[in-house]
Design a protein around this ligand. Structure first.
Ligand SMILES: Nc1nc2c(ncn2[C@@H]2O[C@H](COP(=O)(O)OP(=O)(O)OP(=O)(O)O)[C@@H](O)[C@H]2O)c(=O)[nH]1
Ligand SMILES: [Mg+2]
Length: 487
């Protein structure tokens, strides 16, 4: 039996969670991040943004396992607690949930406390609540009072300490205040830049708190991890496709300098557009919007990572060695295969083919060499540009994996953190979960065999007429995906 399958003792319906808390603490943002939906609800840096309850459903294998409900912020906890105390005076010995229900029948719940009533009604209707805290706030009377009210609904509450990336957080003060109210477990989160294991921690604590639903919560947790892995593999597959398209691209040019310059620009533009397409595909795969980038410098323009692929500075920034090709000004980033004459093995090497590869593909390659005999030359991208493409896209994937769907700011790619400084003797600050040598291999090591093979197969490039995919190309893309994963 699958240990993640809900047992007979677990209810068949999805677990229902109300996301509650003071106004403007990031409740809607938390929902966006957990649901991976940047369009969920409305997020503003002002109180009272969410006015109505709205839900999102999380599925595992097409089956709903959890329903999350966003609620309006609590605004007047102090006033409401006073009012509830008065209610208890009149109707004695009501327990917490009954007292709340009594309140929900009063006219005040339609008037002065309308927002709070919506929250409490939803919490009573759910199995548990996530209490979202802006951990930058000091713990004030209003928070204590609203917690007392929420706690009296008789539903387990898991506090989520949000904004934890901020340096001004009052985590200890909050933990102490929460413990005094009997809330001993809490999760630290940041909906804008959630920790990579943030959801795992959240679901683990929730499973402890909600014993009877624990199998379903664990199935969600495992699914989140599985989907993450699948997303990453898909992303690396997209990068592998990009690299094969770029490595295989060869454009013929007449050997005069005007034609060479024109073909160079054409080649560069094809590669730039192809990189942009990869960026768009990656954003889509991670469920981010293109406007997240448009808000900032486009990734292929502007400063830092956004620098043009063929600008020598872009290579330096990634810690890449600037080779001769890049230094050659107008033709920077482009390799010219010079024709020296004859169908010799030397010519084969110039096309970038191995002897075996050349003769196997003699028909096609023959045509290319014929072109050379006619006085044509072939342009292809420099190795260092392939390296830069790989590094930039890998950095983007890392940035997307660290970005919450609540983030409103532009996507920032921290190139230095990912590749290390240009000088290998300098200390390299690597995020703990990245293998330290992964990107260094792209900077310094031998180019993967798969790219060398692609160089000898111009028909593998989807960027030029004559594109022909075959099973070998598919194999090479898969092999390169594995290389990208390992590195
Ligand atoms: N830096 C940072 N900003 C956050 C985080 N969570 C939310 N924000 C920002 O805080 C503001 C409020 O976020 P919302 O998600 O609208 O908060 P809310 O609790 O739903 O607000 P109401 O619906 O008005 O009660 C927005 O500007 C968010 O972008 C976080 O973890 N880190
Ligand atoms: Mg909201």
């Amino acid at each position: 039996m699958n240990p993640d399958q809900p047992t007979a003792s677990e209810p068949l319906r999805p677990l229902r969670l109300a996301v509650v808390g003071h106004t403007n603490t990031g409740k809607t943002s938390l929902l966006r991040t957990l649901a991976r939906d940047p369009d969920f609800g409305q997020v503003e840096d002002s109180p009272g943004t969410t006015r109505q309850v709205q839900g999102a459903r999380l599925l595992v294998d097409g089956q709903p396992v959890m329903e999350l409900f966003d609620t309006p912020g609590m605004e007047d906890g102090i006033g409401l607690l006073e009012y509830l105390d008065q209610l208890s005076d009149r109707s004695e010995r009501l327990d917490g949930p009954d007292r709340i229900r009594r309140f929900l029948d009063t006219a005040e719940s339609q008037g002065r406390f309308e927002q709070e009533a919506r929250v409490l009604r939803k919490l009573l209707d759910c199995d548990a609540g996530l209490y979202v805290v802006d951990a930058r706030d000091p713990v004030l009377a209003k928070h204590k009072d609203e917690l007392a009210i929420l706690g009296s609904c008789g539903r387990p509450l898991l506090p989520v300490l949000n904004f934890t990336h901020n340096t001004q957080v009052q985590t200890e003060q909050w933990r102490e205040a929460l413990a005094r109210l009997g809330l001993h477990a809490s999760v630290e989160f940041d909906t804008v830049a959630p920790p990579l294991d943030g959801e795992t921690q959240l679901y683990d604590k929730l499973a402890l708190l909600l014993d009877t639903h624990s199998k379903r919560i664990k199935s969600l947790k495992h699914d989140v991890a599985r989907q993450r892995q699948i997303r990453r593999d898909d992303a690396l597959g997209l990068i592998a496709e990009l690299l094969i398209d770029a490595a295989a691209l060869h454009l013929p040019s007449k050997p005069d300098s005007h034609s060479l310059a024109e073909t160079t620009e054409k080649l560069r533009n094809l590669i730039r557009q192809r990189e942009q397409r990869c960026v768009t595909d990656l954003l889509k795969r991670y469920n981010f919007r293109r406007s997240d980038l448009a808000a900032a410098d486009l990734p292929l323009e502007g400063e830092r990572w956004g620098m043009d692929l063929f600008h020598p500075q872009a290579l330096k920034q990634m810690g890449l060695h600037v080779g001769k090709g890049m230094a050659a000004g107008a033709m920077a980033g482009v390799t010219v295969d010079l024709f020296t004459g004859g169908l010799s093995l030397g010519a084969a090497a110039l096309v970038g083919a191995t002897a075996g590869g050349l003769w196997q593909g003699a028909e096609r390659v023959g045509k290319r060499l014929w072109g050379r005999l006619q006085g044509y030359q072939e342009l292809s991208v420099d190795d260092s540009v392939l390296r830069l493409l790989a590094l930039r896209q890998l950095s983007l994937v890392d940035a997307l994996e660290r970005r919450g769907h609540a983030a409103l700011g532009p996507i920032t790619v921290n190139t230095e953190l990912l590749t290390g400084p240009a000088d290998p003797d300098e200390a390299v600050t690597q995020p703990a979960n990245l293998p330290p040598t992964r990107n260094r291999i792209w900077r310094e090591g031998k180019l993967p065999e798969e790219l060398l093979e692609a160089r000898s197969q111009p028909q593998w490039s989807n960027l030029a007429p004559g594109f022909e995919s075959d099973t070998r190309r598919d194999e090479v893309v898969h092999a390169l995906t594995r290389v990208l994963r390992a590195r």
